[in-house]
Design a protein around this ligand. Structure first.
Ligand SMILES: [Zn+2]
Length: 308
């Protein structure tokens, strides 16, 4: 099957734990994902909220070097997609197409000129915040949050100018609406579920989802157990419930997958990247048309990133 996943934390785990991306015991490795082709995978560098300034920037560089190292080590199996021709080249090659993404604008170390560095590294999307505050604005877990700072507004302008996608997963509500107001084109939420079904502040309200839909953006439904159900008890059917809800909001061109492998506890019935097929089969068993399943698992995200 075809697969395009908008978020995982695997590359930083490889770096921290000294694991190999081809074969490991993490949620995701290239070997277990090899059944998917074409397969595009966003590999994020997550910037922990304890890191700010130059320390955050150095962390970003270290994880980027790890992705380069893994690409060199497995050049027949992994290719970083930087431009349109890379996307085309990967499709028939059987390689995993890696999109490098940044989870936490703190990676810039407070310097807007670093957006150019991100561009040079081939970064395809930036999640503006993690859960706390950073130079750009407030994340989802800030009490009485505010939106974009003046620096944050500058960063969003630079990202747009450089055609790096703006990701509002982890954003507080004021930050989300500031982005929606400032940005002209589409933006995305790489790994968020529906707040109507589970009250986590990391999830999107119907209004937020519809705003992303209307802009031509995408939303990656995520496998994070505590975003799927308020009881934190969740199975593969709960992922389907969130997909179903977003589809009911007219999301057939908006819903995608952003599993969050190696960044979370997975729901019952899922062990890692190898379980994605079971989720697709679950949808097909529930009479989802094949074209819709293909849109959710691949086409919507592919269209978004190739039209940036
Ligand atoms: Zn995250």
């Amino acid at each position: 099957m075809n697969y395009f996943d908008l978020h995982c934390d695997t590359i930083a785990e490889c770096w921290k734990q000294g694991k190999d991306l081809w074969d490991n015991d993490l949620h995701l490795c290239l070997k277990r994902g090899a059944a998917y082709h074409p397969w595009f995978q966003c590999f994020a560098v997550w910037i922990p909220d304890e890191l700010r300034g130059e320390e955050a920037y150095r962390y970003y560089e270290a994880v980027y070097r790890e992705l380069l190292r893994q690409e060199q080590l497995h050049s027949d199996k992994l290719k970083i997609c930087r431009c349109a021709s890379d996307f085309q080249e990967v499709q028939p090659s059987g390689k995993c197409g890696a999109l490098f993404t940044v989870e936490g604008g703190a990676a810039l170390g407070g310097k807007v000129e670093r957006v150019a560095r991100l561009k040079a590294c081939g970064v395809k999307a930036v999640t503006l915040t993690w859960n706390a505050s950073c130079e750009i604005g407030d994340g989802a877990e800030v009490v009485h949050p505010k939106g974009l700072t003046p620096f944050g507004r500058e960063v969003v302008r630079e990202l747009e100018r450089n055609r790096i996608a703006v990701d509002v997963s982890h954003a507080s509500e004021p930050l989300f609406w500031d982005v929606a107001e400032q940005i002209e084109g589409p933006f995305l939420a790489t790994h968020s579920d529906s707040r109507k079904l589970c009250g986590s502040l990391r999830n999107l309200t119907d209004e937020q989802f519809c705003t992303i839909r209307d802009r031509g953006g995408v939303v990656g439904v995520t496998f994070v157990r505590r975003f799927l159900d308020d009881s934190w008890q969740a199975g593969i059917e709960d992922v389907m419930r969130h997909i179903e809800h977003f589809l009911a909001l007219g999301g057939e061109n908006t819903v995608a997958i952003g599993g969050d492998f190696d960044g979370t506890d997975l729901p019952d019935g899922m062990t890692g990247v190898e379980s994605v097929e079971a989720l697709a089969e679950c949808l097909l068993r529930h009479n989802y048309p094949e074209t819709l399943v293909q849109a959710i698992f691949f086409d919507n995200a592919y269209r978004f990133f190739t039209s940036l």
